[in-house]
Write a protein that binds this ligand. Structure first.
Ligand SMILES: NC(=O)c1ccc[n+]([C@@H]2O[C@H](COP(=O)([O-])OP(=O)(O)OC[C@H]3O[C@@H](n4cnc5c(N)ncnc54)[C@H](OP(=O)(O)O)[C@@H]3O)[C@@H](O)[C@H]2O)c1
Length: 246
């Protein structure tokens, strides 16, 4: 079950996974775009079930998971990928925008997990995958809502990973850098920008190996991680000049 399967990373993951023989459940809000993905998968003889749902809708996500399990059998892997990533300067901070980003990126992922986890626990197997971001590590310019949401998503899945030890349910948190998708279209400064196909290969390898955590590309991941041990004054100075995500 892949959320945000109508575009970008989710769509490319769905097409690739289906081409390898898995049956995929595709969740997103835009029916017409989701149909295109189903057709693309069908052309390579893959099996996909499109389900129109908003990840913010707790009951809707439960129903979606039930529908999927009825059609294809128990859900083995959830990829909680649906997300939005606006860029807004602090001076234009809007609580409504922050609420919206947190609702989709964090509560939406929690709704997705809640829809599949009881069944995974009772079967003693399954895998929960979160598509977080390198933006989860520290605050970035003009990205308060996005960074807050990805930090929360990361902490949420890390807590789940600890609680689920020994249950047979694995948790994988993926922290991508910049990837060419509609979400990043038009942005000027994206160091170590990755092609979607390369990024999807890396994400799939991390999922297949059931890695607990995977940050990439390594060059940007190393720079971002070094920020974790910098004092605040030094980090602010560097981060203000880098102004990534514009
Ligand atoms: N691209 C990057 O550089 C990058 C880097 C790090 C992390 N990420 C993360 O990767 C994920 C996918 O990003 P992307 O670049 O592939 O973006 P994208 O092309 O804009 O795709 C976003 C997907 O999320 C879905 N979505 C958004 N709100 C939703 C909602 N309320 N309910 C259900 N589905 C919803 C959209 O489908 P509908 O509009 O049809 O609902 C769409 O399929 C996001 O979580 C993003 O934060 C991306």
């Amino acid at each position: 079950m892949i959320t945000g399967a109508s575009s970008g990373i989710g769509r490319a993951l769905a097409v690739t996974i289906a081409s390898r023989g898995a049956r995929v459940g595709l969740i997103a809000r835009r029916a017409s775009v989701l149909d295109e993905v189903v057709q693309e998968i069908g052309r390579s003889n893959g099996a996909a079930l499109p389900i129109i749902a908003d990840v913010q809708d707790t009951e809707g996500m439960r129903t979606a998971a039930q529908e999927l399990a009825k059609a294809f059998g128990p859900i083995d892997v959830l990829i909680a990928n649906a997300g939005v990533g606006p860029t807004t300067h602090a001076s234009k901070l809007e609580p409504a925008e922050i609420n919206n980003v947190l609702q989709i990126n964090v509560v939406g992922a929690a709704n997705s997990v809640a829809a599949v986890l009881p069944q995974m626990i009772s079967r003693g197997q399954g895998q929960l995958v979160a598509i977080a971001s390198l933006a989860a590590y520290r605050g970035l310019a003009k990205s308060g809502a996005y960074c807050a949401s990805k930090a929360a998503l990361s902490a949420l899945f890390e807590s789940l990973r600890i609680d689920l030890r020994g249950s047979g349910v694995n948790v994988t948190i993926v922290y991508p850098g910049f990837i060419k998708t509609p979400l990043t279209e038009g942005r000027a400064r994206m160091p170590y920008l990755l092609d979607l196909r390369d990024a999807v290969e890396k994400i799939l390898k991390a999922i297949e190996r059931q890695k607990r955590s995977y940050s990439f590309p390594w060059q940007l991941a190393t720079i971002v991680r070094s920020g974790l041990i910098m004092p605040a004054f030094m980090y602010d100075w560097i981060a203000a000049r880098s102004s990534y995500r514009e």
